[in-house]
Design a protein around this ligand. Structure first.
Ligand code: ATP
Ligand code: MG
Length: 560
C-alpha cells in the first residue's frame, strides 16, 4: 500500500513551495488557477487529483480557480460531458469562480494568429500532414524547411483569411509558427497552430471552419484569464517552450506552466478515450457503472466526496509517474464509511433457523440496536425477532474444523443484538441439502441484559423470516484482472475481469432498510459497505457494494 502520512507531518508540495515564494516576493498578491477539461468524456479519478490540486491551492492561498472547458476540438465534444463535468466538480465539493470556454476566445485567438503573421512569425503551409511529418526530422536529425515557409506576409494574411472563409478543404492547408526547423525541441520545429476542419462545434456552431491547435489555444486562454499558475501533467513539459514562445511573441499576460505527474491507479484505466470504448462496447452499463474509475461511477458505487478528497490528499503530487494502489482509495472510503454508515443486517444466501423453544404463536419481539456503534450519540433502530430466522448458509457447518466459531451441531453462537442460540438438529431434503436448523435460544442471554454467564466466540447476522424484505445486491470486483491493462500486449479490453459483477437478486434484509434514503450509507454487517442504487424501484431495493469490510472487519475482530 502507498505510504500513509498524517496531515501534521506533511510538508509543502513543490507547487505550494513555488506559490509561497511568489507570494512572499510580491510577484503575485493572489493566485489564479484553472481546471481545463476537454469535454470529450466523463471525469475520472486522475482528474479528481488535478481538481483537488487546482481548487485546493486557491482554498489555501488567496485567489480563485476557473473552470475552463478546453473545447477546441469540435468533433469529440458534447454538452452531455460539459454537464457531467460540472456535476462532478460540485459533488467533490469545489466551486469555480468563472465557467469559461476556450471557444469563447476563438476571435481573440484568430487575432493573435494574424499578429504572428504580421510579425513574420507564422505562415500558411500547403503541405499535407504527411509531408509536414516527413520534413519534421527526428530528435537526432534536423528538419527541412517547407517550400511555403518564405511566403510574404501579405500572401499569408490573404490565405489565412481565405482559410477562415471556408475556401479550402479540410487538411489542405495549415497555419504554422515560423520558429526553427533545426530546433532541438521537435515541438519548436514550426508547429501547426491552426487547421481546417469543417465541423459543427457544440458552442460556436458553424461559425468557424478553422480551429486552433492545443498549443495555440491553451496558453493563450491561460493568458486571457490571467492564470498565474497553469498546472498540467508531465507530458506537457516539452510544450512549455512553445507556451512561453507564443506568450512572448504575442506580448500578452505571462502565465506560467508547471507540470506534475499523471496519477494512474492499478486494475483500471484512466483515459477518457479508453473508458469511452468500455461504454460503447457495452462492457459496462455506462459512464457511471460502479466499476468505472469515473467520478460518477465512484459516486454511484457509494464513494463519498470526503473519501476521494482524502485519497487525493494522501497521494499528493509528484514529479515522477507512478501507479497508485487502488487499495489506498478503498482504505480511504472504509475509514469514512466506518464513521457514517448505518449498520444493517442482510442475509445473502439464507438457511432457515427455527427456535424450537420460542413461542409458536407468531409472536414478534422488537429488539433495538445502535445504528452506528462508532458514534457515541448513535440513533437506534428496531429489529424484529421471532421463532423463524434466516442466517447465512456459510455460517453453518455440519462437520466444522477446529477453529470454526460459527454455528455447528451442538455449538453456540450469538445472534447480533439478540440472543445466544445452540444448534440441536439439522434437517435435510431428499438431496441432502440442508433446509432447516432446529435450534434453542437462551432467553437469559439477551444482548445488553445477558445474565447467562456464557461466552461465545462467534456473532452472526440474521433476519426474521416473516418481516424480512427482499432486496437485490450487486457485488463489484476489479474491472481488470491485471494491474496495468494499458501496458499489456494487445488490446487492453482483453484483460477485463469476467467476474467483476455478481448479482444476488434476492437477499433478505431487516425491515428497517425500507426507510433507507439515497444519501444514506450502510454497513451490512460482516458483508461490506453498501448504498442504494438508482435502479431501485417501487418493487425492489437495489444495493451496490462500495467496498468490502476486510480491513475494518479485521480491526473490529481484534477489538472484540
Ligand atoms: P484523458 O486522457 O483521460 O482524456 P486528458 O489529460 O486528455 O485525460 P483533460 O480533459 O485534457 O484530460 O484533462 C483535464 C486536466 O486534468 C488536465 O490539466 C490534465 O492534465 C488533468 N489530468 C488528466 N488526467 C489526469 C491524471 N490521470 N492525473 C492527474 N491529472 C490528470
Ligand atoms: Mg486531453
Amino acid at each position: 500500500m502507498a505510504e500513509i502520512t498524517t496531515p501534521e507531518e506533511k510538508s509543502l508540495n513543490f507547487i505550494e513551495e513555488i506559490i509561497e515564494e511568489d507570494l512572499k516576493s510580491g510577484k503575485y498578491k493572489s493566485i489564479v488557477t484553472r481546471f481545463p477539461p476537454e469535454p470529450n468524456g466523463y471525469l475520472h479519478i486522475g482528474h479528481a487529483s488535478s481538481i483537488c490540486l487546482n481548487f485546493g491551492l486557491t482554498k489555501k492561498y488567496p485567489g480563485y480557480t476557473n473552470l475552463r472547458f478546453d473545447d477546441t476540438n469540435p468533433v469529440t465534444e458534447d454538452t452531455e460531458y460539459v454537464e457531467s463535468i460540472k456535476d462532478d466538480i460540485r459533488w467533490l465539493g469545489f466551486e469555480w469562480k468563472n465557467e469559461l470556454y476556450a471557444s469563447d476566445y476563438f476571435d481573440t485567438m484568430y487575432e493573435y494568429a494574424i499578429k504572428l503573421i504580421q510579425k513574420g512569425l507564422a505562415y500558411v503551409d500547403d503541405s499535407t500532414s504527411e509531408q509536414i511529418a516527413a520534413m519534421k526530422g527526428t530528435p537526432t536529425e534536423p528538419g527541412k524547411d517547407s517550400p511555403f515557409r518564405s511566403r510574404s506576409i501579405e500572401e499569408n494574411l490573404d490565405l489565412f483569411a481565405r482559410m477562415k472563409n471556408g475556401e479550402f478543404a479540410d487538411g489542405s492547408r495549415t497555419l504554422r509558427a515560423k520558429i526553427d526547423m533545426t530546433h532541438p525541441n521537435m515541438l519548436m520545429r514550426d508547429p501547426v497552430l491552426y487547421r481546417i476542419k469543417h465541423a459543427h462545434h457544440h458552442r460556436t456552431g458553424d461559425k468557424w471552419c478553422i480551429y486552433p491547435m492545443y498549443d495555440m489555444a491553451h496558453g493563450q486562454s491561460d493568458s486571457i484569464e490571467h492564470i498565474t499558475h497553469s498546472i498540467c501533467t508531465l507530458e506537457f513539459v516539452p510544450h512549455r517552450e512553445l507556451y512561453d514562445w507564443l506568450i512572448e511573441k504575442l506580448e500578452i499576460y505571462p502565465s506560467h506552466q508547471y507540470e506534475f505527474a499523471r496519477r494512474n491507479m492499478n486494475y483500471t484505466v484512466t483515459s477518457k478515450r479508453k473508458l469511452l470504448q468500455l461504454v460503447n462496447d457495452k462492457h459496462v452499463s455506462g459512464w457511471d457503472d460502479p466499476r468505472m474509475p469515473t467520478i460518477s461511477g465512484l459516486r454511484r458505487a457509494g464513494y463519498t466526496p470526503e473519501s476521494i478528497r482524502e485519497f487525493c490528499d494522501r497521494i499528493g503530487i509528484a514529479k515522477r509517474e507512478n501507479m497508485i494502489d487502488v487499495s489506498l482509495l478503498e482504505f480511504c472510503v472504509r475509514e469514512h464509511l466506518n464513521k457514517i454508515a448505518l449498520r444493517r443486517m442482510v442475509v445473502f444466501d439464507p438457511v432457515k433457523v427455527v427456535l424450537t423453544n420460542y413461542a409458536a404463536d407468531g409472536s414478534v419481539e422488537m429488539l433495538t440496536s445502535e445504528d452506528n456503534p462508532e458514534d457515541p450519540n448513535s440513533s437506534h433502530r428496531e429489529i424484529p425477532f421471532s421463532r423463524e430466522l434466516y442466517i447465512e448458509r456459510e455460517d453453518f457447518m455440519e462437520n466444522p474444523p477446529k477453529k470454526f466459531f460459527r454455528l455447528a451441531p451442538g455449538q453456540m453462537v450469538r445472534l447480533k443484538s439478540a440472543y445466544i442460540i445452540r444448534c440441536d438438529e439439522v434437517v435435510k431434503d431428499s438431496n441432502g441439502k440442508i433446509t432447516e436448523l432446529r435450534c434453542t435460544y437462551l432467553p437469559e442471554s439477551k444482548s445488553g441484559a445477558d445474565t447467562s454467564g456464557i461466552h461465545v466466540k462467534g456473532t452472526l447476522h440474521w433476519v426474521s423470516v416473516a418481516q424480512a424484505i427482499n432486496v437485490e445486491v450487486r457485488l463489484y470486483d476489479r474491472l481488470f484482472r491485471v494491474e496495468n491493462p494499458a501496458s499489456e500486449e494487445g488490446d487492453f479490453k482483453d484483460y477485463l475481469n469476467p467476474d467483476s459483477l455478481q448479482v444476488i437478486s434476492s437477499a433478505y434484509a431487516e425491515p428497517s432498510l425500507k426507510n433507507i434514503r439515497f444519501s444514506d450509507r450502510c454497513q451490512f454487517l460482516r458483508k461490506g459497505y453498501f448504498c442504494l442504487d438508482k435502479d431501485t424501484s417501487e418493487e425492489k431495493l437495489v444495493f451496490n457494494r462500495t467496498v468490502t469490510l476486510k480491513d475494518a472487519w479485521a480491526k473490529e475482530q481484534k477489538k472484540g
